[in-house]
Design a protein around this ligand. Structure first.
Ligand code: NAP
Length: 229
């Protein structure tokens, strides 16, 4: 069975996730950081696109010691499986996600990826080949399900999230909206990609809850699956 997929992003009041130079920006505060860390600790895997790895070099580890201990007590690794969606295996071999924190890593590539780079990545990660020219996300989800991964948290960026939403892979979305405007038509939003043209194709959401966190607001959405439309 495909995993349950939860997207979490922090956006500015004008819907941007970073500057037009794709520079990482601080949108949320300490309280939201704790919420995100707990969400991560409760997931079997955390997924990002290669764009986020190249821009931010995240480790995607669980930061709170109590959350890591709770995971160990549940008999799972301290950190969730870290997954990078990277058709051409562009991930630097020194990327933090491949080295920081104990636990498994998966790099999902397409058939176009260089076999030598795949072999090098296999020193630190499991490489999944899914798709011809780009990662076939539904196929990847099938393979993750077969590996026993039941719950995936997606931490961005906008291109990967667009791919997941347009192929109907997302179940829930958390958007923390911060109290700033980043602006710029070229600054990424949390769902980039090509976008939907027809209203009938729009991805429809149901608001589960909303509440203020520090100077921003957290929206928690359920995603209507296409077949439910
Ligand atoms: P991204 O979504 O992290 O990665 C996108 C890349 O994933 C694609 O360009 C593609 O590269 C690869 N990919 C492979 N198969 C795909 C598929 N089927 N569908 C979609 N993508 C696929 O990159 P991004 O959109 O450039 O976002 C990065 C920006 O987001 C950075 O500025 C970062 O700071 C920001 N960010 C913000 C937050 C936040 O919460 N505010 C969170 C994360 C990231 P290949 O063709 O090479 O495979």
């Amino acid at each position: 069975m495909r995993p349950y997929v939860v997207v979490n992003v922090a956006i500015s009041a004008d819907g941007k996730i970073s500057t037009r130079e794709r520079r990482q920006v601080k949108i949320s505060g300490k309280q939201d950081f704790v919420r995100v860390d707990r969400l991560k600790a409760g997931s079997d895997a955390v997924m990002v696109g290669i764009g986020t790895v190249l821009a931010d070099d995240p480790s995607l580890t669980v930061k709170a010691e109590e959350c890591r201990t709770r995971r160990l007590n549940r008999g799972v690794d301290e950190h969730p499986v870290r997954i990078v969606v990277d058709s051409n295996a562009r991930i630097p071999l020194k990327a933090s996600i491949l080295h920081k924190g104990r636990g498994k890593r998966i790099v999902a590539v397409s058939r176009r990826a260089d076999p030598q780079k795949i072999a090098a990545l296999q020193q630190n990660a499991t490489v999944i080949i899914a798709g011809e020219n780009e990662v076939d996300l539904p196929l990847l989800m099938d393979k993750l399900g077969d590996m026993g991964i039941q719950r995936v948290m997606v931490e961005g960026g906008g291109t990967l999230i667009a791919g997941l939403i347009s192929t109907g892979q997302v179940n829930e979305i958390y958007t923390f909206i911060g109290n700033m405007i980043i602006g710029g038509k070229d600054s990424p939003t949390f769902v980039d990609g090509e976008g939907f043209l027809m209203e009938s194709d729009f991805c429809r959401l149901t608001l589960i809850e909303m509440h203020r966190i520090e100077s921003g607001v957290l929206l928690h959405w359920n995603v209507e699956k296409p077949e439910e439309k």
